[in-house]
Write a new protein. Structure first.
Length: 283
């Protein structure tokens, strides 16, 4: 048959006259057609391949995390574990989302008071109770006096000391009061008003009142004033100071110069007791 014959040309093999250099291409050639290549999706979808890929990726991530976390001992740790970072970001996102919502404040829970709990008192200004005045110590009676007489004697001595009178003036005053009233604060039967004030009995010597039996009508003071032992003692010392040279007089003469009594010699009998009382009250 002639080579140019068309029928001869149809029957001629279309394969190249020289073999291919690729051995794999030769092995995959079957007859006139090439064996189809396996699909990439099919390979990735197979179970062994997926297990191998997951294992490799997990190992790589673990190595990177360990290398970064350990690093140099002097370098601070800057990479957080993946799970901790995800949890922190989730918490921040949740907090921001909750703050962006408009909500009513939840009502405060009011607990009932405990049956044994005592209510807390409201602080108030603490007022200190006024201190009670301390009563002066009562002197112990001496020289045969009772307590009332000794108390009156102390008033006479205290007033004299306050007026800076000498010891002899105290003895003169005590001797006078012992003679005039026996050291009792007496009212007067002639002056009913005198009974309205504290007293320790009454006398009937005209309008004379008090420890020194001073008369309101003679200008010694009012009834109310003379019934106060301290006032009566002050009036006596004032009058004594007005007597020139009383310091050189006897107790009887000095007392009589103030009192102008009908019995001028009566005061001398009380000088010794008056001296004992004055010494006890000034010791």
């Amino acid at each position: 048959m002639h080579p140019d014959d068309p029928s001869a040309q149809k029957l001629t093999d279309a394969r190249p006259s020289t073999p291919s250099d690729d051995a794999a291409s030769t092995e995959r050639t079957i007859g006139r057609h090439r064996a189809p290549e396996p699909s990439r999706r099919a390979l990735l979808g197979s179970t062994p391949v997926r297990v191998a890929l997951a294992t490799g990726v997990t190992c790589c991530l673990s190595l990177v995390a360990v290398a970064t976390a350990r690093g140099n001992d002097d370098t601070p740790r800057t990479v957080e574990p993946l799970a901790e970072a995800v949890a922190d970001r989730a918490a921040i996102a949740n907090e921001r989302a909750s703050r962006s919502l408009d909500r009513d404040a939840a009502p405060a829970r009011i607990l009932p008071p405990s049956p044994t709990a005592k209510p807390t008192p409201t602080p108030t200004a603490v007022r200190k109770a006024p201190k009670k005045p301390v009563k002066p110590r009562r002197p112990r009676p001496v020289a045969g006096l009772d307590q009332a007489q000794m108390d009156n004697a102390k008033i006479i001595v205290d007033v004299g000391l306050e007026m800076k009178m000498p010891r002899r003036a105290l003895v003169v005053a005590l001797s006078t009061a012992m003679q005039e009233s026996n050291l009792y604060n007496l009212a007067s039967d002639v002056l009913p008003e005198s009974a309205e004030y504290p007293n320790q009995g009454s006398g009937s010597d005209h309008d004379s009142v008090g420890l020194f039996q001073q008369r309101p009508s003679s200008g010694w003071g009012t009834v109310a004033q003379l019934m106060r032992p301290s006032y009566a003692a002050r009036a006596f010392y004032t009058a004594l100071n007005e007597i020139p040279g009383w310091q050189d007089m006897s107790v009887t003469a000095a007392a009589q110069a103030v009192q102008i009594s009908a019995y001028p010699d009566a005061y001398a009998q009380h000088e010794d007791r008056a001296t004992t009382v004055a010494a006890a009250l000034t010791a």
